[in-house]
Design a binder for this molecule. Structure first.
Ligand code: DC
Length: 236
């Protein structure tokens, strides 16, 4: 008998490796993977490139609210390596949304209630049939409080900044380690203290501190949980 499909909600701090883990879990389960942070980033990129948000982080909220409904956001899967990319109005913006100028502004955009409502509607559509793995900040608390499996990922700020810094260097970025650490701490604070859907562990979420765990260690941990709780087998 085919296993019943579930929603796996993976929340946590930035650069805890949520997307790497979530993508792998989705592949193992044969589920759809949704990087919800990419949607907030794509909206920020849209706002920034259209002049709705400037370098002093002034946001033209009314303008953004009036225009948001007219954009299209969709995920496309690369035929080369199966990786998932976000497209804004039909254009792949996956690389652009990871740049520092977007990382610096995204928490402010993600704190706007109308933006959260807009994204929630998209996410609820993706989760309607279940069989999805979503990573973000509020999936287990606000978007899918009824998710069958909730995981909250944490790691020390230094470990997370090191991981992020490595990624930035690989992509040719010029930021210093201190800038990366600073940005990460600032985002932690903004995400934890915003009025709507702040970053917090759902009471029924399982804590995964991966400061000293490899991806395989994390998959081993999950394999046992999937088997014990849902009778689902995955191979590592
Ligand atoms: O996971 P990430 O760093 O790509 O997320 C970018 C920003 O989007 C992050 O600062 C918080 C916000 N975010 C959110 O508020 N809710 C989500 N479900 C996902 C991301």
């Amino acid at each position: 008998m085919e296993n019943k499909k579930i929603i796996v909600a993976i929340d946590g701090y930035s650069s805890t490796g949520k997307s790497t883990f979530a993508r792998l879990v989705a592949r193992k389960l044969g589920y759809v993977y949704i990087d919800t942070g990419a949607i907030y980033r794509a909206i920020t990129y849209f706002a920034y490139t259209n002049g709705f948000i400037d370098n002093n982080r002034y946001i033209n909220v009314e303008w953004l609210a009036g225009t948001l409904g007219s954009i299209t956001l969709a995920f496309e899967t690369s035929s080369e390596d199966g990786s998932c990319h976000i497209c804004l109005n039909g254009v792949n913006v996956e690389k652009n949304i990871r740049k520092m100028e977007i990382s610096e502004k995204v928490s402010q955009i993600a704190a706007l209630p109308f933006v959260r409502e807009y994204v929630d509607r998209i996410l609820k559509r993706y989760g309607k049939e279940r069989g999805v793995v979503m990573d973000g900040r509020d999936i287990g608390t606000a978007v899918f409080p009824d998710a069958e499996l909730k995981i909250f990922m944490v790691a020390s700020a230094r470990v997370r900044a090191e991981r992020r810094f490595k990624e930035i260097v690989q992509n040719g970025g010029k930021e210093s380690f201190e800038q990366v650490l600073e940005n990460l701490k600032k985002r932690d604070y903004l995400d934890e203290h915003r009025a709507v859907a702040p970053l917090v562990k759902a009471e029924d979420a399982l804590l995964l501190d991966n400061s000293n765990m490899s991806v395989n260690d994390q998959l081993d941990w999950l394999r046992d949980i999937l088997k014990a709780r849902f009778g689902i087998d995955i191979t590592i």
